[in-house]
Design a protein around this ligand. Structure first.
Ligand code: NAD
Length: 242
């Protein structure tokens, strides 16, 4: 799949990994629709992309746990750019003491957004959905049992949607980053010396390597129900369901 002129929704695209992805996709010629609760960062980011009176990107204030907001996100993409080709379900939180909210953002919203994505991608004759999991979706991150549970579930959910490629030409894959230096990770490090030690031991993955993995997933039609894991600097691997 080529990226140029594709219409891409990125949830949680105002900061961190999602913002880096938005920047790369813009440079590759995509039209980007960012859905996020952080209005200030989201609006500043799309302003970078919309120079010379040309609209290449839009920001939609969207809490992914709110179904009405999700519908507005997709409808705005449709009405502004004419459809949706790629959905990146990237919004995520890691808060040790907010179990139900973590499940709502990291899992339930991914499921709802995938359901909506399928409806919209079908209208275009196919497309790609990329769900953001984590290395914690493959090996438990003990200080964060609920975060771990949501990421395992996202991997299983994605793997179970393989047949959509045969029926509707929709490829659903997962990306599983290791530790990336974002506000989410910094918040975790500050919250717990144990987590700080684990992150020190794991080392950081440069965000550009995670974005390269996103690009690979979009472009490589052979990836279906797979995970691209970028566990540490210079190390990525494809994990396929058995
Ligand atoms: P981040 O905190 O930098 O960015 C997350 C974005 O999601 C923010 O812009 C935030 O406003 C937005 N967001 C949070 N709740 C939302 C909601 N209810 N609705 C809409 N937007 C919401 O975090 P990040 O590190 O870039 O994380 C992005 C994804 O990558 C998450 O799914 C996270 O679990 C995953 N991940 C991160 C790391 C890491 O080390 N940073 C590692 C593995 C996986």
């Amino acid at each position: 799949m080529q990226i140029k002129d594709k219409i891409v929704i990125i949830t949680g695209g105002a900061n961190g990994i999602g913002a880096a992805l938005a920047r790369r996709l813009f440079l590759e010629g995509a039209q980007v629709v960012i859905g996020d609760i952080d209005k200030k960062s989201g609006q500043e980011l799309v302003a970078e992309f919309n120079q010379n009176n040309k609209i290449n990107a839009i920001f939609v204030l969207c809490d992914v746990t709110n179904s009405d907001h999700l519908h507005q996100l997709f409808d705005t993409a449709q009405n502004t750019f004419g459809g949706v080709d790629i959905v990146c379900n990237n919004a995520g939180i890691a808060q040790a003491d907010s179990w139900m909210k973590t499940i709502d953002v990291n899992l339930n919203a991914v499921i709802k957004c995938t359901q909506l994505g399928i409806q919209f991608l079908k209208k275009r004759g196919g497309g790609a959905i990329i769900n953001t999991a984590s290395i914690a979706g493959f090996s438990p991150f003990n200080p964060m049992p609920i975060y771990t549970s949501t990421k395992y579930a996202v991997v299983g959910f994605t793997q179970s949607l393989r047949d959509l490629n045969d029926t509707d030409k929709i490829r659903v894959n997962t990306i599983a980053p290791g530790s990336v230096d974002t506000q989410l990770l910094q918040g975790l490090i500050k919250s717990s010396p144990t987590i700080s030690q684990i992150v020190d031991k794991l080392g950081y993955v440069p965000v550009d390597e995670v974005i390269d993995a996103f690009i690979k997933i979009i472009q490589d039609d052979k990836l279906v129900g797979d995970t691209v894991m970028v566990s540490k600097k210079g190390h990525s691997q494809i994990i396929s369901p058995n």
